[in-house]
Write a protein that binds this ligand. Structure first.
Ligand SMILES: Cc1ncc(COP(=O)(O)OP(=O)(O)O)c(N)n1
Ligand code: 3NM
Ligand code: MG
Length: 543
């Protein structure tokens, strides 16, 4: 069978989003030897026409989408081969979708006998039966929106060639032009483009552009195997902009199935309603976290083992994340609360937080050193609602338990609090984690540990935090220069010196974090507005 490998190893996710009112007019055709056609049925609104053809036999199906609003379950349909070792293929897709809280149905194109040592056998599922599985799933499970994630599986992470020239032509001519995203690793990107050299990030950018010219709406070139790079760098290109997505390279043998997992996670996030860029970022962070957590797994005797999709996520409550992930510019005006100051001025934490966000605070941290746990959780829940109504993230100081209990957007930890990598494994890939750093070494470690940002200070002496070493503008500059993460300056910052801080001229510095300048004042919203004006002007001048 000429297209045996194509069926066996092609890996494709069709995400079926049930909750959206839109019906995709995208036509998916020449799907291996099956023709699948989607179109809106204008004669019968609420129905989706589908036609499957296998070996000339047509299986027309009309899907009722009329009551799809009742079914809000995000759903990924994966079309892929089975891996008996369960590290990759259908098994990885199911685990990834389950870990991301998305339902996954499956169409199996081949059954492989494989383990960590290699692939011992492949049994291709007949094309008619692939079509029948598709028909079974799609004729029953309602489809409002289809998005196609194509993982062009041709060369495994271990370097095995998984597909021949006919498959390559199939990808280039048939699948890529209708894909919403295609996710090659650097070896696959090279093969897709006729064996172009792929040795640098600029080669990856050029490849992303050339692959985009083949027709997909966006391209993710995964640089995990890029030589001489200490970071795992991926290039995302949406046809207009390039995004360089960096994460630290996790040193582990347990990488089997990372490509399948990445593609499934992207499909899962799309099914939940994310934008493509956001889906890609979350998927990358998820894979990084899962790899990190699975470093010491010992499964099989081969050189490349599987990783576990669930350990890193076992305690996660992902029910009410903000739709946007952390943006570095959120650090611009960072308000940190203080229970003593609130007591002094006779206001509740929620009143203080509301006034700060009304005045223009761009992120809030609850730093309630002497609050009882129950009071802290209750107050945090109220503050979370206030912050989210302004689109502002809310972080919790020190207390991972409180952050989990109220489902805050993240935490801020110091050098002697819960280590960042543990906080990450408890909180999961989506939560924001900030860490205090006074030195360039700590800043480098923060990146390695998977933090999102750095708080650096005390820039000036402060009465708010006892025995705090002052690092000055010079120390702040050194941290910012060494940091791959965005930095917010903290300590003794107010209207008179915020401008000098913002003008240090290192791009990683994104803003100032303040306590007394906002909260040890009579009118918090006015003080916040005034500080916002000062740092906005400084930011304009330093651009
Ligand atoms: C934004 C920001 N930066 C630094 C700190 C200080 O955190 P830490 O060193 O843990 O000290 P405490 O705040 O816990 O006393 C911070 N809270 N926020
Ligand atoms: C909470 C905190 N952390 C610091 C650090 O240097 O890491 S300084 C500090 C207190 C900042 O309060 P104020 O704005 O009132 O000076
Ligand atoms: Mg702390």
């Amino acid at each position: 069978m000429a297209n045996a490998h194509f069926l066996a190893f092609n890996h494709l996710h069709l995400h079926l989003q049930i909750s959206s009112p839109l019906v995709s007019k995208r036509v998916i055709k020449r799907f291996w030897n099956c023709d699948i056609e989607y179109s809106t049925n204008y004669q019968r609104p609420g129905f989706l026409n589908m036609k499957l053809q296998a070996n000339g036999a047509s299986i027309p199906t009309s899907i009722n989408t009329a009551d799809s609003q009742h079914n809000k379950t995000p759903h990924v349909l994966t079309v892929a081969g089975s891996d008996s070792g369960a590290g990759a293929g259908i098994q990885a897709d199911l685990k990834a979708c389950a870990a991301r809280r998305v339902y996954c149905s499956t169409v199996i194109t081949a059954v492989t006998a494989q383990n960590t040592l290699g692939v011992q056998g492949v049994n291709i599922v007949p094309e008619e039966f692939v079509a029948q599985q598709l028909n079974s799933v799609l004729s029953d499970m309602h489809v409002d929106v289809a998005a196609l994630v194509v993982d062009p599986v041709m060369i495994s992470t271990s370097g095995d060639i998984l597909a021949g020239p006919s498959v390559l032509a199939g990808f280039r001519e048939e699948l890529l032009p209708m894909a919403d995203i295609v996710t090659p690793n650097i070896k696959e990107a090279s093969v897709l483009l006729g064996d172009v050299p792929m040795n640098s990030v600029s080669d990856m950018r050029a490849a992303a552009k050339l692959i985009h010219d083949l027709g997909p709406r966006s391209v993710l070139v995964k640089g995990g195997d890029l030589p001489n790079s200490s970071d795992a760098i991926d290039i995302f290109f949406d046809g207009e902009n390039f995004y360089e997505l960096r994460s630290r390279r996790v040193n582990t043998r347990n990488t089997h199935g990372t490509g399948c997992t990445m593609a499934s996670c992207i499909a899962a996030e799309l099914a939940k309603g994310s934008s493509m860029l956001s889906a890609v970022k979350i998927a990358k962070r998820f894979v990084e976290t899962a790899l990190d957590y699975s470093k010491d797994l010992a499964i099989g005797n081969g050189v490349q083992g599987p990783f576990d999709h669930f350990l890193a996520l076992k305690n996660i409550n992902q029910s009410s994340c903000r739709s946007d992930r952390f943006k570095p510019n959120d650090l611009f005006l960072y308000a940190v609360t203080d229970s003593r100051m609130n007591r002094k001025w006779g206001r509740s934490i929620a009143e203080a937080v509301k006034a700060a966000v009304e005045g223009g605070a761009t992120i809030v941290q609850l730093r309630e050193k002497d609050a009882e746990t129950k009071d802290f959780v209750d107050a945090a829940k109220v503050c979370l609602k206030i912050c989210h109504s302004y689109g502002v993230p809310l972080l919790i100081n020190d207390r991972i338990d409180v952050a989990l209990a109220c489902d805050a957007d993240g935490v801020h930890v110091g050098q002697s609090d819960m280590p960042v990598h543990l906080a990450r494994s408890l909180l999961g890939p989506e939560k924001i984690i900030g860490v205090s750093c006074k030195t360039p070494e700590q800043a480098q470690q923060a990146w390695v540990d998977g933090a999102d940002y750095i708080g650096s200070g005390g820039v000036y002496p402060t009465n708010t935090k006892e025995n705090n070493r002052t690092i000055g503008l010079g120390g702040l500059k050194e941290v910012c220069k060494a940091s791959k993460l965005p930095v917010v300056a903290i300590g003794g910052i107010g209207l008179s010196n915020a401008r000098a801080v913002m003008e240090i001229g290192v791009p990683s510095l994104k803003g100032v974090a303040v306590v007394s300048t906002l909260f040890d004042r009579e009118c918090i919203s006015t003080e916040t507005r005034n500080l916002h004006a000062v740092i906005s002007e400084a930011a304009l001048l330093t651009q």
